[in-house]
Design a protein around this ligand. Structure first.
Ligand code: NAD
Ligand code: LMR
Ligand code: MN
Length: 543
């Protein structure tokens, strides 16, 4: 193979495989390097889908799709466009979790990611530059993998979540896949299994914290902004002690967001607004219990808090609607080891006659009678039948969102929640859930996953060349998504279905871009938000 042929056929952004025409083959020095037939993208797609279907397990299906992704991005996204509901759980949550756990065993290809090492701060800029290979990067998803979903620390293996999030961005919103960059910050790992594994591919030492860590994060942000000044920076699956600190440091300076804090907060508020559309209740009448008061749990509480204050409540009044429960039980002002984020949502012991007994979820539910219960605890099965029945005995339409991922960590299953509440629960789950048939009604279950939100949010920010993301824009996006649900049918879902993800991501992107323009937060002059979104949309067709 000539160097040119090799360069083109092995470049997933340029490769068309058997779809190169005779003329292109001649022009590019590819003559004779492919079988003679020239296929169009539909034929290639049909063929690839047949191969996909022949794979027996979900992991084999994933490996097949990742190989296709590594070879030919256009064909991969053309195929995904036709099968988005089927492919989402395979390229993203939950099967991405299996591939992270088996990263070295399955290692195929670095997938055009940048691997930043805490041990080589002097290489940060070169690392990003090498990985981008001169591409015009507009979107970076970065993880240090200390808190991969609810599975804890996965070191360099966690790069797959950055790749997976970016796949959803392109499939849902249409960001050009040659304009994205997944980044792994390899700060070491505290996962002993990985440290003991001779095949582990990351830095083989304990996780680095403190100044040395923050120094690398800062070098990364500086280099990222210098090399890709038009880009949006998305933080994913950082640990509880770092996620909020990093966000607070950069959120007023650059276009950036933390998906677990803000993306999750937004999708949950949208889900609650959707649920309240169905129950015809007001958000001002809700008592909200967050079970698992970590990165996501407190991000959700803050987003709902904003909503209550917009509805006219003072901060002190709004705070009265929240009950945060973590390992210690209900969080009080004097609870030990509170995180900075938790401190804003504590209660006073004097409010309860049995405060000292409120050390577990069952006791708190009994004392508080929440109307909304959100699970981000990483503790499977903790929304038990007796807890749910106790909650449902005191509210007509309990809003229950077991959100811990992946599947094995969910606080409850949708079908159990429907059964235990005799069909009254309004539910969203972190991973996709099948419809539930119960007493003649088909209940559709919304996917309460930030994947419904971040593609439209990010795309809108990039299209509008946003300088920063502020609470006004976050709120506009929540209302746009929460307003889409169709409440006419019994058993309606609280969030729109993943089958419509490309449509509502476009709506979200337009709303977000408009909010940026309304606040004059755009870097470049832009006449129309809608047009800017349309102009940026990439379609998976050969050029
Ligand atoms: N569906 C979504 O879109 C979405 C988004 C973000 C996070 N999540 C899920 O939420 C979970 C938490 O993620 P995170 O980023 O907030 O992690 P985190 O580590 O920051 O927070 C988890 C919290 O749960 C607490 N916890 C642990 N054991 C507990 C127990 N027995 N009782 C009560 N609390 C307990 C921890 O102390 C911590 O505060 C994960 O499973 C993640 O997959 C889902
Ligand atoms: O990755 C997901 O599926 C959602 C979320 O960001 C999580 O950490 O669980
Ligand atoms: Mn996450």
């Amino acid at each position: 193979m000539t160097q040119t042929a090799d360069r083109i056929l092995n470049n997933p952004f340029l490769n068309k495989g058997t779809a190169f025409t005779k003329a292109e083959r001649q022009q590019l020095g590819l003559t004779g390097t492919l079988p003679s037939a020239v296929q169009n993208i539909e034929e290639q797609t049909t063929q690839a889908y047949g191969q996909f279907q022949s794979k027996a397990t979900r992991l084999e299906k994933r490996i097949f799709l990742m190989n296709l992704f590594n070879e030919n991005r256009t064909l991969f996204y053309h195929l995904m466009d036709q099968h988005v509901v089927e492919f989402m759980p395979i390229v993203y949550d939950p099967v991405v979790a299996d591939s992270i756990e088996q990263y070295n065993q399955l290692f195929l290809d670095p997938q055009n990611a940048a691997f930043v090492s805490v041990d080589a701060p002097e290489d940060v800029e070169a690392t990003l530059k090498n990985a981008a290979e001169g591409r015009d990067i507009r979107l970076v998803v970065v993880t240090d993998a200390e808190g991969i979903l609810g599975m804890g620390d996965w070191g360099v293996n966690g790069v797959d979540i950055a790749v997976g999030k970016l796949m959803v961005y392109t499939a849902a919103a249409g960001i050009d896949p040659s304009q994205v960059l997944p980044v792994s910050i390899d700060a070491g790992t505290n996962n002993q299994k990985l440290l003991d594994d001779p095949m582990y591919l990351g830095n083989r030492h304990k996780r680095v914290y403190g100044d040395q860590y923050y120094d690398v994060i800062d070098k990364f942000v500086v280099a990222e902004q210098k090399l890709f000044p038009e880009s949006l920076l998305h933080w994913e699956d950082f640990g509880r002690s770092n996620a909020q600190v990093i966000l607070d440091k950069y959120k007023d300076k650059i276009a950036t967001f933390n998906d677990d804090i803000q993306g999750t907060g937004m999708v949950v508020l949208a889900g609650i607004l959707g649920a309240l559309n169905i129950s015809k209740e007001s958000i001002k009448d809700q008592k909200i219990l967050s079970f698992g008061a970590g990165t996501a749990g407190m991000g959700i509480a803050n987003q709902i808090m904003d909503e209550l204050m917009q509805a006219g409540l003072t901060e002190a009044e709004a705070k009265q609607h929240f009950y945060a429960v973590d390992k210690q039980g209900l969080l009080f002002d004097d609870t030990e080891d509170l995180t900075p984020a938790q401190k804003a949502f504590t209660r006073s012991r004097s409010e309860f006659s049995n405060a000292d007994e409120l050390t577990n979820l069952a006791a708190v539910v009994k004392a508080v009678h929440p109307t909304v219960m959100i699970g981000t605890s990483t503790q499977p099965g903790t929304f038990t039948e007796s807890i749910i029945k106790e909650m449902a005995a005191h509210t007509d339409r309990p809003i229950i969102f077991p959100l811990s991922n992946p599947t094995k960590l969910a606080e409850a299953k949708a079908e159990d929640l429907i059964k235990w509440t005799d069909g009254r629960a309004l539910i969203a789950t972190g991973i996709p859930a099948d419809d539930v048939e119960y007493k003649g009604v088909t209940y559709q279950i919304g996917q309460g996953n930030n994947a419904l939100m971040y593609p439209g949010l990010g795309f809108g920010l990039i299209a509008a060349t946003a300088k920063v993301l502020n609470s006004e824009t976050l709120s506009a996006a929540c209302h746009a998504l929460g307003g889409i649900v169709d409440t006419s049918k019994p058993g309606a879902a609280v969030l729109p279905p993943v089958a419509k993800i490309t449509e509502f991501s476009q709506t979200l992107a337009e709303v977000v871009a408009q909010s940026v323009l309304d606040q004059k937060l755009n870097k470049e002059p832009i006449a129309s938000a809608k047009q800017a979104v349309a102009d940026m949309k990439w379609v998976p067709e050969y050029k």
